[in-house]
Design a protein around this ligand. Structure first.
Ligand code: UDP
Length: 237
């Protein structure tokens, strides 16, 4: 069976690395995610990953407690670098070829983001982990996913969340809520559904880059998404 996509951009939130812990990085959870990603790369799918930082620090939280927002955002970006290093190292342990590239320069520990080099790594079958978001404050790693997805000419952005798709209402509050198998960008806007933040969503829409929202905590879900099965919710043009 051929895969549905040749190149994907996976957005992992910092919370995905946390598992059930209250803070930080849960190595067991990271290993499981690495194994799932490795499985799809073995089918020849090229994988870029944008990693969040919310498990460690969020700029908004810093600003809410009185910090300068831009400074707090830079701290948030640094948090994503730590997550990227943890993920990259877990890939090394698992024998999976991966490279970390950062939008903020920390040359002693990770290489800088260089688009052509990232594309070459993908073509070589290496996973590229994009750290430090867009490199700019006042953005999010969702926007970084839309941006890197576009730059890498990925066919789709896979947004890994805790919930297995987009629902008519919050499934934790409303038992009658049903999952959309697919929905257009326009319908998602008119129904006021939160898919990604507004900047990320607008960029994907402009660039005609579909988004798939799925649960990274559901075993095998990533593989089913890559095989084009009815898993999660597809947001299409
Ligand atoms: N951030 C930023 N610019 C970016 C990406 C991230 O300033 O391009 C900062 C921002 O403070 C954000 C934090 O890094 O709160 C962590 O990223 P995000 O909240 O997107 O992580 P996630 O929610 O995916 O774990």
């Amino acid at each position: 069976m051929p895969t549905a996509y040749k190149r994907i951009l996976l957005k992992l939130s910092g919370e995905a690395l946390m598992g059930d812990d209250a803070y930080g990085i849960n190595q067991g959870v990271v290993s499981r995610i690495v194994a799932e990603v490795a499985e799809v790369t073995r089918l020849g799918v090229e994988v870029g990953i944008v990693i969040g930082g919310g498990n460690i620090f969020r700029g908004m939280a810093g600003a809410a407690s009185g910090m300068d927002r831009a400074t707090a955002d830079y701290m948030g970006m640094m948090a994503t670098i730590m997550n990227a290093m943890a993920l990259g190292d877990a890939m090394r342990v698992a024998g999976v070829a991966a490279r970390v590239q950062s939008a903020l320069n920390v040359e002693q520990v990770v290489e800088p983001y260089i688009r052509n080099k990232a594309i070459r790594y993908l073509e070589e079958g290496k996973i590229v982990i994009f750290a430090a978001g867009t490199g700019n404050p006042f953005f999010t790693t969702d926007t970084a996913a839309a941006l890197r997805g576009t730059e890498m000419e990925a066919e789709i952005v896979l947004k890994a969340t805790k919930v297995d798709g987009i629902y008519t209402a919050d499934p934790n509050k409303d038992p009658a809520a049903t999952r959309f198998s697919k929905i257009s960008f326009d319908e998602a806007i008119s129904r006021n559904l939160q898919v990604m933040d507004a900047t990320a969503f607008a960029l994907c829409r402009d660039q005609k880059l579909p988004i798939k929202v799925f649960s990274i905590f559901k075993p095998g879900a990533l593989m089913r998404v890559v095989m084009g099965e009815d898993e999660g919710t597809l947001v299409h043009i």
